[in-house]
Design a protein around this ligand. Structure first.
Ligand SMILES: Nc1ncnc2c1ncn2[C@@H]1O[C@H](COP(=O)(O)OP(=O)(O)OP(=O)(O)O)[C@@H](O)[C@H]1O
Length: 269
């Protein structure tokens, strides 16, 4: 099957932030394929290159070498088959929740009545019926994430690129959002590349978890198929014996890299 997103032999070298005369290879020779409808999480120590890989898949960053294909076609410029959700808030503060949700449709030139109708539908789908007139500052952090989710999904992307979208939320809100994402995903299977620090979150959500090494020259060092039953409730699935087993196996691979990453952060600080 043609992958929805195929990153092949990706290497990303930057001018070092610490010393402008040096070069820093953040990601080296990394291959990552995501099948249509597959939910893949990438975990790795802080600063290892997770966001760099996602930005490559988004077409926001050209790699130093390697190739990117989207449904078999070489990617040129921005990946228009993909929707994004980042850790940082991406809502426009001067637009109401509804206006934020339909922004992408407006940019596409969809007529106002149809955009409004779809926007109301999406607000209801993410549990925000009746909140369309509120502005981002009048919404809680979890509600703002729901607006952002609706804003992304209303465009019906074939690929979702998510970079620690819920890391700023409290644990309960985060679990609610994770379950909502899984519900929406199971209804309309998108290929998902999900970046997270949180191994529990990665296992609970995914079909496959890819572990990256600590930098420099980050590359995949382990890949695990998550054969847990679906539908899943992210809080309950953590109690499943198979979850505990998978967690132990993956943590065994990840632990040393996390320690290496932590040491590097300390020496940088
Ligand atoms: N534009 C850039 N110029 C120089 N160095 C960069 C650039 N972008 C990323 N890096 C470096 O590449 C490495 C990987 O960064 P990246 O943000 O991809 O890591 P990450 O795994 O997403 O981090 P975190 O887990 O903390 O979010 C880091 O050492 C970072 O400093």
């Amino acid at each position: 099957m043609t992958p929805a997103l195929a990153l092949d032999s990706i290497t990303c070298t930057f001018v070092s932030k610490e010393d402008r005369t040096q070069r820093y290879t953040a990601v080296a020779d990394t291959t990552l394929h995501i099948a249509p409808g597959e939910f893949v999480s990438v975990v790795g120590p802080t600063g290892c290159g997770k966001s760099t890989l996602l930005n490559v898949g988004a077409g926001l960053l050209a790699p130093s070498s390697g190739s990117i294909k989207v449904f078999g076609e070489p990617l040129e410029g921005i990946n228009r088959r993909a929707g994004y959700m980042f850790q940082a808030e991406a809502l426009m503060p001067w637009r109401s929740a509804l206006q934020n949700v339909i922004a992408g449709l407006q940019f596409r030139g969809i007529d106002a009545a149809s955009a409004r109708r779809q926007g109301e539908e999406w607000l209801a789908r993410v549990g925000l019926q009746g909140f369309g007139d509120r502005y981002p500052h009048q919404l809680s952090g979890g509600m703002r994430k729901r607006v952002a989710l609706a804003q992304t999904l209303i465009l019906d992307p074939d690929i979702m690129l998510m970079d620690e979208p819920f890391s700023a939320l409290d644990v309960q809100t985060r679990q609610l959002m994770e379950n909502e994402v899984l519900d929406l995903w199971s209804a309309k299977k998108k290929a998902v590349l999900f970046i997270t620090h949180d191994l529990d979150e990665a296992i609970a959500m995914s079909d496959r978890v890819v572990v990256l090494s600590a930098g420099p020259q980050t590359h995949p060092i382990g890949e695990f198929h998550i054969d847990l039953p679906r539908p899943r409730d992210v809080a309950e699935i953590r109690m499943h014996p198979r979850f505990v087993e998978l967690h132990a196996q993956i943590w065994n691979v990840l632990r040393e890299e996390v320690l290496k990453g932590y040491q590097q952060q300390k020496t940088k600080a």
